[in-house]
Design a protein around this ligand. Sequence first.
Ligand code: COA
Length: 446
Amino acid sequence: MTSVGIDAVEVWTGKLKLDLPNTFAPQKGDDPEKYTKGLGLEASSFPDTYEDIVTMGANAAKRLMDRKGLTPADIGRIDVATESAFDNSKPVSTYVAGCLEQVYDGDFHHANKGERKFACVAGTQSIDDAYNWIAAGRNRGLAALVIATDTALYARDSSGEATQGAGAVAMLIDEDPNLVELSHEQGYGSADETDFLKPQQQFPSVDGKRSMQVYLARMREAVEDLEAQLDEPLHPEDFVYVPFHTPFPGMVRKAGLLGYRHILRDTDIEDEVAEEIGRQPREESFDDRESYEEAIQSYMDELKRTEQYRSWYDATIEPTLNISRQVGNWYTGSVHIARASALQAAAEAGRALTGERMLVASYGSGAQAEVHAETVCDGWREEIGALTIDEQLQRRYDLSFEEYERVHDAHNHDLDTEVEEFTQPSGEFVHAGWGRMNERKYEYVE
Ligand code: COA
């Protein structure tokens, strides 16, 4: 079978930063450690007044095309995944293509364009669509551009305000990829859930605690489904990294522990751990579900303190969280920055990764989890070394609380507020106004 996967990745962060422990927490009367220790967040990225999902997506895509020496003639498909779309009919990918056509020779008239929606899992679904298009041989030798772009803003003074963020990830999906090859097998966990939704409204209705439970339940189903596809259980040492969808690192701390307990079962490592804390409870040994769940909870409390778990978590999960801590939730892009973060950490540590496997675990509210394996390819170090995310993070404008409130209002579709930009655009697409049919207009600023 043809090898298909992610050939290259580029990231664009919103150009503003809200420092959560130092700027946000004091204004909310919160202990800063709720953010740093509880949620695992240092800062959220926000879009400047001239940025939106189109500019961030187009800017990430341009960076990717420039670096790979691509022109529109090399791209047969543009899919944008977002849960922040501002139009129910015209897809964001048409706006992105329009931006890119301003700066490249040629056009995307023969590229199939679309927009994918299923909360945060849509970015992974778009990669899937591109994979299937290539694997089916319908790509005419061309590559697909997948862009995950979101402004994850919540209503002011709501609990979701703690986990906001904004940014875009552009990925080139192609044959014989340089970065990672995708596995054919996938696991799904999907159910009609009401945990997070935006019924014709800009800011989400969210039941935060419920969304965390649903994340874990669907993720577990997806892992079981993958194991069924593979016809064998997963083992903790199968994967060098496990990038999860990361609405905030504290969520991944919970998912990591649950996942470890699941894949530990009946392994040599469970035997080792059993010497210290006993074997994990099996449901069949309990009379009812409630007493089984109580026993599992106390087993997990002990498991998370074991040396085996701590070293697995530090090696396999912790490196996936570095970027997320600094940017917050990017919805559709979030699991893709987790992958980038892990590979960046490996490159910095000088690790040899070619041929190693990662387990990528995506989730979207509403709700669906998807897990699949990826094999790291030969060119990973060069591809990941080209990322400029660290410089972008350092260059962000650090908002005061009052400036944060103004910029939040500037992006609120129901308000008509004029707010001066905080940074100067240079070498990037900007939102430049509105057209006669209320369409957004974009231009490239040299
Ligand atoms: N020191 C250390 N930890 C602290 C702390 C302190 N001073 N204060 C609070 N915490 C911990 C809490 O115990 C909690 O951790 P736990 O879940 O392990 O118990 C965590 O910090 C968050 O505190 P909490 O009081 O639950 O925060 P919140 O009421 O503001 O809600 C979310 C947090 C994530 C539920 C909320 O921001 C939200 O709804 N976000 C959007 C939805 C979302 O992202 N869902 C995830 C699935 S996609």
